[in-house]
Design a protein around this ligand. Structure first.
Ligand code: NOJ
Length: 571
């Protein structure tokens, strides 16, 4: 019998739904999961070399379990010369020496599974390291069997048409290599040559690598920069100024869907693993085409429009509400979203979206966590945010470690650009803000290492750390656990419909989540001032489930204190 397209089935279910309640979505563990992202380099060092490692993570598994989360996403831990902190892989089947051994990996995953925690690994296959054996072979001669694992442009053909590099010091994505008198392509740094996905042999290598890890028992893959993988290898000339909007040209290249379907067929469909790609194309249509279940490609869309709202000059809550509401409605019936406000490529959530001034830090951090845990979609929660960790203090460029930041700074020196404006931007938005060591306790180096940390610990660690917060029942940490517990015990917070209230309120984000007659009201004051809200629905009988500001249960909700967050259950 011909299979009915899934979209069709949904249409029927909706037509039969008289009371407008959300159709219970197809139940999946990865929809109900809360994903906790660990940046291994900065989480916990076990051997005093100043770099976080797998044994460090193992020593903190009980802490992770106690958070209540059920999936860990680990940034790359494969062998790497660390040009880009592991996003430059030199051996996909081995563990980075700084991080430990394969035996450590095996103990880590066993320890996670024993505690009911799943493991999602980063898969970095838009590019490899230039120190990967494939690239060493590829660059050695034009006739080497690995030549076509990468993109080469022979010099006799003249200059290749310009391609923008995100990380290169000159932003030139072509790097000339005299060994074979040809250029190779690198969208990221020159030590991260792009793999040639148009070559079926390369694709098969990647699927084999994925099977290697899936056979080891991992529970999912996060595909780094995968939208960039597919390319038109004739390298046509892009219109002048394309680099200002390079995503339009780089994301969703030709054959991307074919590659993903092939990957799904060969790997995802054979294991109980989840899949998410970094980015979700440029439009809702792109995102749906990547993740709608009947397409058999990926599981969920990790889009950037929301996380990108916060600019150095701030952002407007009206914009924030508009973006998150628009994405929710586009995925209301079909497809599934990641909900995210921070990761290892961003400054700290509380500093970007909240307020890291001492009087508001904890409040606004809890308020943002409330948002993440009460929206539809799978929350991706970045390590340290549960403590309300903030941006750090970077006095000068030498305090930064991030390769693209250092390259850009050098580039500005070379072109006599404005380095002080750039430094200011880095302090606010630089990726290193999210990469300072996890703050475990008040001892030296926040208990992260007994050695010299690879990047300085945030000086505020004596006030903000896991040990201090464990002892304080009002801490961000305790609040986060309560939120996790609430989400875990209420499918309406996972699957329920979302309805925005008081839409034009510039300070308050108010919405309901509802499923099978269970209804929650969420009120979030995004401002440092008291704010009024007019939600336009009766509150009789409403029960306060959680608040970040000692709100008395059942008090009328017309006025919210600065950064107040509360969750009510409605009758
Ligand atoms: C996206 C990753 O999240 C980022 O950290 C990395 O630098 C680039 N991809 C290149 O792999």
């Amino acid at each position: 019998m011909k299979r009915l397209p899934l979209s069709y089935i949904f249409l029927f279910l909706f037509a039969g739904n008289m009371i407008g309640q959300t159709v219970p979505a197809d139940k999946k563990w990865w929809k109900e999961a809360i994903i906790y992202q660990i940046y291994p380099r900065s989480f916990k060092d076990s051997d005093g070399d100043g770099i976080g490692d797998l044994k460090g993570i193992i020593s903190k598994l009980d802490y992770i379990k106690k958070l209540g989360i059920d999936v860990v996403w680990l940034n790359p831990i494969y062998s790497s010369p660390n040009d880009d902190n592991g996003y430059d892989v030199s051996d996909y089947r081995n563990i980075m020496r700084d991080f430990g051994t394969m035996a450590d990996f095996d103990s880590m995953i066993t320890g996670m599974h024993k505690r009911g925690i799943k493991l999602v690994m980063d898969l970095v296959v838009n590019h490899s390291s230039d120190e990967h054996e494939w690239f060493k072979q590829s660059r050695s001669s034009r006739t080497n069997p690995y030549r076509d694992y990468y993109h080469w442009w022979d010099a006799e053909r003249g200059n290749p048409s310009p391609r923008y590099s995100l990380f290169d010091i000159n932003h030139d994505a072509w790097r000339y290599d005299s060994v074979t008198n040809a250029w190779y392509l690198h969208y990221f740094s020159r030590k991260q040559p792009d793999l040639n996905w148009e070559n079926p042999k390369l694709r098969q290598e990647v699927y084999d690598i994925m099977k290697f890890w899936a056979d080891k028992g991992i529970d999912g893959f996060r595909l780094d920069a995968f939208g960039f993988a597919a390319k038109d290898t004739s390298f046509p000339v892009f219109p002048a100024g394309y680099e200002k909007n390079f995503m339009l040209y780089y994301a969703m290249g030709p054959h991307l869907h074919e590659y993903l379907k092939e990957m799904n067929n060969q790997v995802f469909s054979k294991y109980d693993v989840m899949s998410v790609a970094e980015g979700a194309g440029n439009t809702f249509e792109d995102a749906h085409n990547l993740v709608d279940a009947d397409r058999r490609e990926l599981n969920m869309a990790y889009a950037f429009e929301g996380i990108d709202i916060a600019k150095p000059e701030g952002y407007s809550l009206l914009h924030f509400k508009e973006v998150f509401s628009r994405w929710d409605s586009a995925f209301e019936r079909i497809g599934w979203l990641a909900i995210v406000l921070s990761n290892h490529d961003q400054a700290r959530m509380v500093s970007r979206f909240g307020n890291d001034q001492p009087q508001f830090r904890a409040l606004s951090s809890k308020m943002l966590s409330t948002f993440l845990m009460t929206m539809r979609g799978t929350p991706y929660y970045y390590n340290g945010d549960e403590l309300g960790m903030t941006n750090s203090e970077f006095r000068n460029i030498h305090d930064f470690r991030d390769m693209p930041a250092l390259n850009e700074f050098q580039h500005l020196i070379d072109i006599h650009g404005d380095t002080s404006a750039y430094l200011k931007k880095l302090r606010l938005q630089g990726r290193d803000n999210g990469r300072t060591p996890f703050q475990w306790d008040s001892s030296a180096n926040a208990g992260f290492t007994t050695g010299i940390p690879w990047i300085a610990v945030n000086p505020n660690y004596k006030m903000i750390n896991a040990e201090v917060e464990e002892k304080d029942p009002n801490s961000c940490l305790h609040y986060f656990r309560k939120l996790v517990n609430l989400r875990k015990n209420n499918p309406a917070l996972v699957y329920g419909s979302y309805h925005l209230l008081d839409k034009n309120n510039p300070s308050v984000y108010a919405y309901t989540r509802e499923n099978n007659g269970v209804k929650f009201l969420i009120l979030l004051n995004f401002s440092p001032n008291k704010a009024q809200t007019n939600i336009g629905i009766p509150l009789t009988g409403a029960k306060l489930l959680l608040s970040n500001d000692h709100r008395a249960p059942d008090s009328p909700v017309m006025s919210l204190s600065p950064y107040e967050a509360c969750i009510y259950q409605l009758q």
